[in-house]
Design a protein around this ligand. Structure first.
Ligand code: PLP
Length: 418
């Protein structure tokens, strides 16, 4: 199909040309004396992305799933109790991993579409007088349902109950797009992947560990080899990796973080919020419901849109892809067919997103959903137009110099006047 593919799944996201160019290199020796000048600054910049001074980032050639495993296996032992809420596909998968690793998971089931139930976490912590719960697993942004939960609130619940459990946060679809403050929120293990807010291909699983989490490494008995923090710390301390790292990904990471830090993290978060809000206005204009059950849970990186009960969201996605070259996110597991998702994170602006909204409208009409063509586009346009940053003088194009009339024109005007 001619033209660009419109990639609007919530990861992988669009990779900016600048990052693609940075990755486009011949391979190098990862044991050369030059290599530390690539790896060490990347690890330092990651601290800014996680908003931590004391945390230690780890980069694994993996994906978010690997980073989940690294967080669990470096700090816990078989049979340890962990507390986790399940309210979407990804919180479910992390729980499943913890169980398969031999942890004893206390599961708090909540409706898919709701955020993490902090009061219920708190009740379980209060009931755990002998501090058997060693870690709390918390999904910051549930990508399957477009729901963001309150990490600061979870930290308050741990503090209020004076519970020493580790706070592990899945920030795979939030970090670098939605405000995430590792130190301020007392997060012990923060997990992400490269293919979302970091605007890279999939290929890196990134974890940041607090000093408290690192202090538990020696006593943690879960088996680990590839994801061993100890091996990684030893190698990283000299600027190297314990095995062959992906050089293009490291060059790309360095560039993508430079872009994020040049824009400023607060501006990045504000941009994501504005883009998300415009998308939500479009959904409202279509007369459709979000999967997120309350505005306080609306995600700024992904919007999950319920299709009317007699329709199949998978058909909308298929038509959008085959007819309009638009990739929308699917409903997962129990949400299959019930919704479609628009990912609006990473390297994105208003006009790109308008293309997605227009394509979604056409695909919905094609399957018979009675949305009015142009209604979502107009609602988003109006929101983005009226909330656009006022242009400052220096943003305005220079005025073209006044055109001087030619001698011939002067003569002609003089003749006409006579
Ligand atoms: N956690 C969340 C919230 C996700 O959205 C995803 C993937 O989309 C994962 C974990 C798993 O990450 P990966 O697919 O990179 O292994």
């Amino acid at each position: 199909m001619s033209g660009r593919n419109f990639l609007f799944v919530p990861g992988p996201t669009n990779v900016p040309d600048r990052v693609l160019r940075a990755m486009h290199r011949a391979m190098e020796d990862h044991r050369s004396s030059d290599f530390p000048s690539l790896a060490a600054p990347a690890l330092e910049d990651l601290k800014k992305i996680f908003q931590t001074r004391s945390g230690q980032p780890f980069i694994f050639p993996a994906s978010g799933t690997g980073a989940w495993e690294a967080a669990l296996s470096n700090t816990l032992s078989p049979g340890d109790k962990v507390l986790a809420a399940r309210f979407g596909m990804f919180s479910h998968l992390w729980i499943d991993m913890a169980q398969r690793l031999g942890l004893d998971v206390l599961v708090l089931d909540a409706e898919w579409g709701e955020g993490a139930p902090i009061e219920r976490y708190q009740e379980a912590l209060v009931a755990d007088k002998s501090h058997q719960i060693k870690a709390v697993l918390f999904t910051h942004n549930e990508t399957a349902t477009g729901v963001t939960s309150d990490v600061a609130g979870m930290r308050r619940a741990l503090n209020d109950t004076r519970h020493p459990a580790l706070l592990m946060v899945d920030g795979v679809s939030s970090i670098a797009s939605i405000d995430f403050r590792m130190d301020e929120w007392g997060v012990d293990l923060a997990v992400t992947g490269s293919q979302k807010g970091l605007m890279l291909p999939a290929g890196l699983g990134i974890v940041c560990a607090s000093q408290k989490a690192l202090g538990l490494y020696d006593q943690a008995r879960l088996p680990r080899v590839f994801f061993d923090f100890g091996d990684m710390r030893k190698a990283n301390a000299t600027g190297y990796f314990p095995y062959t790292p992906s050089l293009p990904m490291l060059y790309g990471l360095r560039e993508s973080m430079a872009m994020l830090l040049e824009e400023g993290l607060d501006n990045v978060f504000a941009r994501h919020h504005r883009l998300a809000e415009g998308t939500r206005r479009a959904v409202q204009a279509w007369g459709l419901e979000l999967c997120a059950r309350a505005p306080k849970w609306n995600s700024d990186t992904v919007t999950a849109i319920m299709v009317p009960p007699s329709f199949n969201g998978a058909e909308v996605i298929d038509i959008a892809y085959r007819r309009y070259n638009l990739a929308l996110g699917a409903g997962l597991a129990r949400m299959a067919g019930k919704l479609f998702r628009i990912g609006h994170l990473g390297d994105l602006n208003e006009l790109m997103l308008l293309g997605c909204i227009a394509g979604a409208e056409m695909a919905m009409r094609d399957v018979g959903i009675g949305v009015e063509l142009g209604s979502g586009v107009a609602a988003a346009q109006e929101y983005w137009r009226t909330t656009a940053r006022p242009l400052e003088k220096r943003d305005l194009p220079p005025r073209a110099p006044e055109a001087q009339p030619s001698q011939a024109a002067k003569k002609a005007t003089a003749g006409a006047a006579r």
